[in-house]
Design a protein around this ligand. Structure first.
Ligand code: UDP
Ligand code: MG
Length: 327
C-alpha cells in the first residue's frame, strides 16, 4: 500500500493468446473502470503469448493511442501460467492485478480488488460465485478443486482462477520461485501474507474460443496437484499393501479349500486372467505416477529459462536477477 500522500502505481498483467476479437472491447472496458479511480497511475502490461492472429497488431494500435500500454512479446506460446509469470517480472506497480483479456473477468471487479488492498490486504483473489462455462468445464473444475483440497499440503482456495491483486511485496516473493511446472494460484497461497476474497460472477467469453485446450487444462490440473503434494507417492505404497493383502487372503482361501474339499477343481481361469490384468494395470498406473514426478525433476534439472522474450516495447528490464528469461 503506498502512503496516502503518494500516487501509487497499479500494474495490470494481461495475458493475450489469440484475443484479437476481444482486445479492443476489453481495453475500453478496462479504461472506463480505471478512470473511476484517478487517484492512481496505471500501467497495462499485455503479454502476447505467441498469438497467431492479429492480436499483436491490435496491441500496437492500443500502444499508439495510450502510452500506459506496455507490450511484452514472448517468442512463442509458453502458456497462460508463463505469460503471467513474465508479466509479474516486468510489472513495476505497488499493486499488480492479473486478469484475463477475454472479458470473463469484469474490469469493475478489478477495482473492488483495489478497495480491499486499500484496506490493508496483500492478496485479494476474486472468487467465482457463478460461472457461465460449459457443463464439462464446470464439472471438471468442481472435481479438480475437491481433489486439490484433499491432496494439497497447503490450502488453495476453491473456485478462484488467477484473477487477483497482489501487493508488490507478494510479487517480489513470487519472483523467487524458479520452478518450471507452475501453478501460480498455488504459489500465491504458499507465499501467505494477508489474503482475502472478493466474490463475483464470472462472465461468458466475449468472443473467440478458449486458449486452454484439453491438454493445457490437464497439465494445469496435474501441476496443481503434483506441485503441492507428495501424497500420490504415498498412495502407491497403500495400493501395494492392499493388493498384497488380497493375495495373502487368496493364498489362505486356496489352502483352506484344498483341505476342506480336495476333490473340488478351483475355477481359476477367469480369476487368474482378471487378477493378472488388474495387477498389470495397477503397476502401469503406479509407474505413470512415478514418471510424472521424475519428469518434473528432469524439467527442473535442465534449468532452462522459464520463458523467452522476443521484444518489449519500452526500455524496461525484468526485475528478476535469476535465470528466468532470455531475450
Ligand atoms: N492465454 C494465454 N496463453 C495460452 C492460453 C490462454 O496467455 O496459452 C490467455 C488468454 O488470452 C486469456 C487467459 O489466458 O486472457 C485465459 O485463457 P482462456 O480464456 O483461453 O481460458 P479459459 O477462460 O477458457 O479457462
Ligand atoms: Mg477465458
Amino acid at each position: 500500500m503506498p502512503k496516502s500522500n503518494m500516487r501509487g502505481l497499479i500494474s495490470f498483467v494481461l495475458p493475450v493468446y489469440n484475443e484479437s476479437a476481444s482486445l479492443m472491447h476489453f481495453y475500453s472496458a478496462l479504461s472506463r473502470a480505471i478512470a473511476k479511480k484517478p487517484a492512481y497511475k496505471y500501467e497495462l502490461i499485455f503479454i502476447d503469448d505467441g498469438s497467431t492472429d492479429s492480436s499483436p497488431a491490435v496491441l500496437n494500435k492500443l500502444h499508439a493511442k495510450d502510452s500506459r500500454v506496455v507490450i511484452i512479446s514472448l517468442s512463442r506460446n509458453f502458456g497462460h501460467q508463463m505469460a503471467v509469470t513474465a508479466g509479474l517480472d516486468y510489472a513495476q506497480g505497488d499493486a499488480v492485478i492479473i486478469m484475463d483479456t477475454d472479458l470473463q473477468d469484469p474490469p469493475a471487479v478489478a477495482m473492488r480488488l483495489v478497495q480491499k488492498w486499500e484496506q490493508g490486504f496483500d492478496v485479494v483473489y476474486a472468487k467465482r460465485r457463478s460461472r457461465q462455462d460449459s457443463l464439462a468445464k464446470r464439472t471438471s473444475a468442481a472435481l479438480f478443486y475437491r481433489l486439490l483440497a484433499r491432496l494439497s499440503d497447503i490450502e488453495i482456495p476453491a473456485n478462484t482462477g488467477d484473477f487477483r491483486l497482489l501487493d508488490k511485496k507478494v510479487v517480489a516473493e513470487l519472483q523467487k520461485f524458479g520452478e518450471q511446472d507452475r501453478f501460480m494460484r498455488g504459489l500465491v497461497s504458499y507465499v501467505g501474507f494477508r489474503q482475502t476474497a472478493v466474490h463475483f460472477d464470472r462472465q461468458k467469453r466475449f468472443a473467440g474460443k478458449s486458449g486452454y485446450s484439453f491438454s493445457k487444462m490437464w497439465k494445469l490440473a496435474i501441476d496443481g496437484i503434483l506441485g503441492f503434494s507428495n501424497k500420490p507417492l504415498k498412495l502407491i505404497a497403500r495400493v501395494g499393501l492392499f493388493f498384497s493383502f488380497l493375495s495373502f487372503a487368496g493364498i489362505v482361501y486356496a489352502t483352506t479349500m484344498k483341505f476342506i474339499d480336495p476333490g473340488h477343481v478351483v475355477p481359476g481361469w477367469a480369476f487368474i486372467t482378471i487378477s493378472v490384468l488388474l495387477m498389470g494395470g495397477v503397476q502401469l498406473i503406479v509407474l505413470g505416477m512415478l514418471g510424472s514426478y521424475i519428469g518434473r525433476i528432469y524439467n527442473e534439472v535442465k534449468h532452462r529459462p522459464l520463458y523467452i522474450t522476443a521484444s518489449v516495447n519500452d526500455r524496461r528490464q525484468p526485475s528478476t536477477k535469476t535465470r528466468r528469461h532470455t531475450s
